[in-house]
Ligand binder design. Structure first.
Ligand code: LRH
Ligand code: MN
Ligand code: MN
Length: 388
């Protein structure tokens, strides 16, 4: 039997972090289609994030990317967020957009470049001190394009050295989450290509180092829910970067390409205690909205995560365990599918109404007139964008 009150309580508690960069313009290397009304500053990105949180009740924190969100005073920025009912979330380090990083950042063969990259990572921890952020998100574009280009093993040594230096700088309540990615921009070797590499480094570092699973960073057909189950069992799953992919790192809206996969992941999160009170897993979006309107797309993404979560919470675990124990393969699968095939939209509408928010956040955004207002107000100045 499913305890509906407990399901609702878990849904009410759920917090999904939105990325500052999703509010800005983005595109592919072929074209960025600029949209009117897009934020010109980090503060305007926070204004949009506040709208998403007001309408969903589920997006109280915003991840920053440094230097895309470079400001003079991060304490003041945190205060600005707080005044809008938000908190600043993970600080994403960026050691991939500088000419010096052509051959890598912390794994670069040149010690001078490595020092520069490490200095940036340490600066990010200073920013975390000012913003009150718990997590430093590390993703390295480092790797090689050609066999023989560099010593694969030496690059691991350099990576470990930098990670140790950053780890030692973390405060008691701070963590680092190490993201992996199969390929791109490096095409032959990537220095953190998979969860195993990230996990091995995290294990050596200590308890404050966790793996970040970006759902778009795997080879086609990878069983991501297995990775999630394994890492949760080892207490090493730190964070998710949610998005959808059809082909590679497409960064489409989470739950758009494969909602069933998202459900399977969320079921393992539930199985591993990730929705329990006090769980420390960070649920973050890492997406770009190239052709769709940004704010409603981010609202839709938050709702997609909520829907997958609701379905995962509805799985009748007693019935599932009984079927698994008795080796009833078909029944076990049916129990899981029953939950997946449930229309959870009325349940989520109820949860929202109990929180005093509109049952359909996208419709509420459309009716609010805010899109027209920001288009009228945000004229002049440079629009913020991915990478700017
Ligand atoms: C790399 C990545 C990483 C970056 C973000 C913009 O592909 O997923 O998390 O910080 O995209
Ligand atoms: Mn990511
Ligand atoms: Mn990515």
């Amino acid at each position: 039997m499913t305890d509906h009150a407990a399901v609702k309580a878990a849904l009410t508690r759920q917090a999904i972090e939105t990325p500052s960069w999703a509010y800005g313009n983005s595109g592919t290397r072929f074209k960025v289609f600029a949209q009117p009304g897009v934020p010109r500053t980090t503060r305007e990105k926070l204004d949009d994030a506040a709208t998403v949180h007001q309408l969903t009740g589920a997006a109280p924190t915003v991840a920053l990317h440094i230097p895309w969100d470079k400001v003079d005073d991060y304490t003041a920025l945190a205060k600005y967020a707080e005044e809008r009912g938000l908190r600043l979330g993970a600080i994403n380090a960026n050691v991939f957009q500088d000419d010096d990083y052509k051959l890598g950042s912390v794994t670069n063969p040149d010690p001078g470049v490595r020092r520069k990259a490490l200095a940036h990572l340490l600066d990010c921890v200073d920013i975390m001190d000012a913003t009150g952020s718990r997590d430093l998100k590390l993703w390295f574009s480092d790797g090689t394009n050609y066999p023989g280009q560099d010593d694969i093993r030496a690059r691991q040594d350099r990576l470990a050295e930098a990670l140790h230096a950053v780890y030692d700088r973390l405060g008691d309540d701070q963590r680092m989450v190490l993201e992996y990615k199969l390929f791109e921009p490096a095409f032959y070797t990537t220095d953190v290509p998979d969860w195993g590499t990230s996990y091995a480094h995290c294990l050596k570092l200590g308890d404050k180092a966790r793996v970040c699973v970006d759902t778009g960073h795997h080879a086609p057909g990878t069983n991501i829910e297995f990775i999630v189950a394994f890492l949760l069992r080892e207490n090493r799953l730190g964070a998710f970067d949610f998005n959808s992919r059809f082909y590679a790192d497409d960064d489409l809206m989470v739950g758009a390409a494969d909602p069933f996969q998202l459900f399977r992941i969320m079921y393992e999160v539930r199985r591993g205690g990730g929705f329990d009170d006090g769980s420390d897993i960070a649920f973050m979006l890492d997406q770009c909205h190239n052709i769709e309107a940004k704010i409603p797309a981010i609202i839709r993404s938050v709702m997609n995560v909520q829907e997958a979560t609701a379905k995962a919470l509805l799985v009748d675990r007693d019935a599932l365990a009984a079927a698994q124990r008795s080796g009833d393969v078909l029944e076990a699968n049916a129990v899981l599918m029953d939950a997946y095939n449930t229309d959870v939209r009325p349940l989520l509408a109820e949860v929202r109404e109990e929180q005093g928010i509109a049952p359909d956040p996208v419709a509420a955004y459309r009716a609010s007139g805010r899109q027209e207002r920001i288009v009228a107000e945000r004229v002049g100045g440079e629009q913020a964008g991915w990478g700017a």
